[in-house]
Each structure stands twice: as structure tokens, then as C-alpha cells.
Design a protein around this ligand. Sequence first.
Ligand code: NAD
Length: 489
Amino acid sequence: MDSSKNYKLYIDGKWTNSDSGETFPSINPVSEGVIGNFQKGNKDDVNRAVEAADKALEKWSEIPAPKRGIILLKVAQLLRENKEKLARELTMEMGKVLVEARGDVQEAIDIAEYMAGEGRRLFGYTTPSELKDKFCLTIRRPFGICGLITPWNFPFAIPAWKIMPALICGNTIVFKPSSDTPLCATRIIEIFEKAGLPKGVLNLVTGPGGTVGMSIVKHEKVRCISFTGHKDTGASILKEAGLKKVGLELGGKNGIIVMDDADLNLALDGVIWGGYGTTGQRCTAASRVIVHEKVKNKFEKMLVNRIKKLKLGNGLNPKTDVGPLINKKAQEKSKMYTEIGIDEGAKLLIGGKIPKMKGFFFKPTLFTNCSIDMRISQEEIFGPIVSLITVKNFDEAIDVMNSVEYGLSSAIYTKNMNKSFKAIEKIETGITYINSSTIGAEVHLPFGGIKHTGIGTREGGWTGIEEFSEIKTVYFDYSGKLQKAQIDE
Ligand code: NAD
């Protein structure tokens, strides 16, 4: 890869420089070296991108949805052909270990194929009228121009979760990716270009969130904003978006309950994968383990033994278990939260340090004797730090699980079927796993959270279509006379 290469914006089917004349680097979190330079977009670039999306809208939305789906299938095919190369670049750009990077690209392939199929459905419904000789139905329409703003932690999958349904519904797009992963975003666009997507339908503007992101959010021609990222960014977007449709996928403080009858080896795998996979940088990361007092000591030892064996390193090395954090700021944040945890009186069992090696690494960290009011049990750290909270019984476990402001994902390990069902009913999250970790979303199912994780947004599955289309209600009167609902007897 040529680190001095300047990558461009993609507007109206052309690769173009920003009006700002400035660039920013994307940094490899292992080598701390530059991967490439990207355009520091500004408001004028956003205006150009919106104009292009506006110009392309009518033609694109008139293409029958099943035919739009054919482009998505081509995209899926190209992603598949380039999967290994893309996964390696993803690992270089954000540090995720290669097996997980392959999963990220695979998720983009899956959603492209799934949404291509939805192009043959895009269901509305029909229903009888309360009047004679009258017929009622609903149809789906695109919003128009969608502004898609994405984070860095799933740099192929998350843009794909938005781009694919938005396109199949007939929208055009202005896409603003995270400044930590602009290369992956550029690769997505290259693939759409190769697949023959008409110009102007999908536009890429890289650059700072406060200028590029906010200009998209405030642009009067943008009808729908779909955002995934931090809760504070989401809140400011909601405030500024005005009368647009806004979808927000925000943070999490997800928990795994380990009951006294749990298969502890299974739970151990789940906590390690959920807590330390992607270096804890998943919105669904299991950052809290809520463990029954009867198995606490045993499970704690099992965890420490396993954490000791986790190998930190370059994700391209097949022996690496845990990659780096995304950047220096994230590394410092993990360090800060370790100090907070110690100050709050939690017991540091393992980790808690920046290792002596190049790159933004942080040692997998486990705290025990945590209480629910501690900041390390409440706040999203987005690093390899897990808090263990001991409980006396099932009811207390549920209370602890629900004691946070977020509501994304949760898990319970138990062999008791009644308790599993009770947990499904009582836990306040958008997703609950029984006897598996807090992660593992599949593209044909709704994904999203409650409380401060969002505002009811559910991407994936059929609900993904609902996020990117509007309903029109149609009354078809074939009586040949004026009929009045609610008035005619
Ligand atoms: P972030 O909020 O800092 O950035 C997300 C995107 O918003 C980036 O593209 C950024 O440039 C842009 N942005 C920043 N400020 C903006 C502004 N004022 N106006 C408009 N756009 C702006 O989040 P991040 O650090 O990239 O991602 C981590 C966060 O994302 C975590 O909180 C994580 O839980 C969350 N996340 C949630 C989900 C989910 O589906 N619920 C999935 C992945 C990540």
C-alpha cells in the first residue's frame, strides 16, 4: 500500500479533491504509520454531493426495486472476490484481528444479498375499506436523499447495513464515514462504481464530523439521517436535524449474567469473545459480567487464567487474539478508566496497563468486586475492560443488568428454561442472547437498542427497510359517487 497516496471524495460519479485543499491521514494503529491521505471535506463538498444525489434521485427511484437489487448482487459478488484483500486492509486500518475482519466483510456481503432479495418484496398491505366499493392499500416510497454517518468499528458492515437498504428502497446517498477508517469507506465506493451504480446515487464525503457530518445533518434537501456512533454525537444530531427522519444507533454497556447452574466453560468462551473481541470496541461488547455468588470465585479464576493467555499483537498475525485500540485517544481512555476503577475501590485482577510495545495497545483488563454505581460499571469505555459484579440471585442479576442508561445487548448463561424466559421478559435491551455471548448479529434480524442506545431504530431484516422508506396510504374508490368515511351510514 502506498502511504503517500492521496485518496479523493466521490461526487457525481467522479473522484474529486475537496474544496478545502486539505487532507488528513489515516493511521495504522499497530505501526502508527500513515496508510494514506484523505480529503478533509467541508460544507461546499457536502453541498456538491447533495446536488449530485438530488439530480440522480428521480431516475434511480424509478428503476424497479428488483432491478436495483441486481446491482446489490454484483456488489456482493465483488466483495466476495476481494474479501481477503479487503479484510487485510481493514486490519491494517483499524487493527481488528484478521478472522474478525473477514467477518466484517462477510456481513457486508450478507446484507447486500439479503437486501437485494427485499427488492422483490418491499411490501405494503391491503385492507378492506369501511365503505362499499372502496379499496385501501399502502405502498413504500423512498425518503429521497439519505445522509449516512458511520463509526469506525465495523468499517464495512455498518456502512453496508445502511447503504444496502437505502439503495434498495430507491434513495440516493451522501455517505460520511469515520475519519479513522476512510480507506475501507473508499473501497466500498470503488466496488459500487465497478458494479455499475449510476453516478450521483452514492456519494462519499470524508472529513471531520463537526463540519461534514453536521452539514449533512442540517442540509434542507437531506430527508433522512441514519447515524451510528456515540450517544453524545447522536444527541447533537437529533437536536440539529430539524424535521427529518432520524435513525440513531448509539452506545452500550452490555452485560452477561452467569447463573450458578451455568455451563461455566461455555460462559467463559462467551465472556472472552464478548469482552475482549475487537479489543472491546463493539457497541455490543460484554463489558459487565454479572455473576452468581456461588460460582464467583471459580469463574473469576477461570477468567484470569484465560485472559493471561490472550496474545496482543498485529491482527494480521494468526496467533494474535487481541489487536490494538483504534487510536491514542482510545488508549488513554482505557488507561483513565482503569485509574477510575481503582480509585472507586474495584479490585484489579489482571491487565490495566499500556504494554511496552509500539501501537495503541492496552492489556486485557478485569476488575472484580465492582458495584453497580461505579463509573466502570455504568459508562461505555470501548476498550478491553470488563467489570465483574457479584449477585445473590436471579432477581438481583436482572436489576443489575437494567441499572445502566443503555439498552443494546445482553446475555444469560443458565440451564434453567424458566429463568431464561423470565430474563427475556425482564431485561431492558433490544437484543438478548441465551447461552451465548452479547454479540453475533445476523443480517436478517432486527438490530438496535432501547433507552439511550437509540430512539427505536432497528436496522437489519425487514425493519431495515422500514428505516429507509416511507409509507403512502392509498384509497381507491370505485363506487362512482362521493362516499364519506365516518359520515355515511
Ligand atoms: P462518534 O460518535 O465519535 O463518530 C461517529 C461518526 O459521527 C463519525 O463519522 C464522526 O466523524 C461523526 N461525527 C462526529 N461528530 C459529529 C457531529 N457533531 N455531527 C455529525 N457527525 C459527527 O463515534 P465513534 O467513536 O466513531 O464510534 C464509537 C461509538 O459508536 C460507540 O459509542 C459505539 O457504541 C457506537 N456504535 C454503536 C453501534 C450500534 O449499532 N448501536 C454500532 C457501532 C458503534
